[in-house]
Ligand binder design. Sequence first.
Ligand code: NAD
Length: 351
Amino acid sequence: MRVIVTGGAGFIGSALVRYLVLEKRYDVLTIDALTYAGCEASLSVVANKPSHRFLKANICDRAAMDRAISDFRPDRIMHLAAESHVDRSITGAADFIQTNMVGTFTLLEAARAYWNELQAPAKTAFRFLHVSTDEVYGSLGDDGLFTETTPYDPSSPYSASKAASDHLAKAWQRTYGMPIVVSNCSNNYGPYHFPEKLIPLTILNALAGKPLPVYGKGDNVRDWLYVDDHARALDIIIEKGRVGETYNVGGRNERRNIDVVRRICAVLDELLPADAPRDELITFVTDRPGHDARYAIDASKLEDELSWRAAENFDTGIEKTVRWYLDNAWWWQPLRDRYDGERLGLNAGSP
Ligand code: NAD
């Protein structure tokens, strides 16, 4: 099996590449522009494998995408490259429009040109998976869950650009008959998560004895999924999912942001006792504009139709994650050292 993964030097993309190369034994071409969020070190365990290749390229570059696809001749394309940080989308949306919308369009067109030229059985077997977020559905009240038929209602420039890219992927399936499947997932966490996001930022600030910023009152609810569960889900969806369908991916692990931060403090206090409980470092900061109150995914379609189950629950997953950050300063320290979030006014970890 030959698979192209775009955004494979990012958080979820690198987990997916590690899974496909090391566990599935697939031949993988990672395509990534190495923006501030891309990190080749996240792929160090596959760097010397002959079954893995890395191409530094931008998905907006049509000629580069055409060349990469026609040279590699993939059976599958899994599209994860995106600008992914909500707060950055609020301070500057241009890159989000460019990569998430224009980049997805460019990649779809390059994939369509390649697919048009394929002959059966390769043509029938080819699949394109567009990877997206539950944020396209907007915000939930106190109850209810997002299903695959929930109307789109994005709140941030990030989620609006992802919603647009989902519509492009679905249109390319309906209009051109391309074999495309879409997935929408809840918040991920786990190893190799860029330290501007809520969970890694909290772990690393707590270790450094720095304030732990939390938006508003910390009441916003997210549905957390361990990243390796997501990688496995994506492989199952592209392998067995029905063309033209959407699959929601979620861990049934709803938590308020404040409870996530408190849990991380408790795990750290247990593993590495400090003079004072680390939750004393919690600092509430002005809420993000347009902050969605609650996300929660109904993953029954994926569970019932494709027999996927999340293996990790939040309590075990968060402990594994904290331990990983304690053991892997080689990975996060350089990213922390060149982090520009404070200059951009990003004053809290993005949930
Ligand atoms: P990330 O920001 O960690 O990684 C994105 C990767 O894409 C980076 O390696 C970056 O260098 C690369 N990239 C950005 N612009 C590019 C371009 N123009 N050309 C080529 N490469 C480019 O993001 P992530 O958290 O790993 O998310 C991956 C995908 O999953 C995204 O599409 C995101 O919308 C989606 N998603 C993320 C979450 C989450 O909780 N993180 C949840 C659901 C869905």
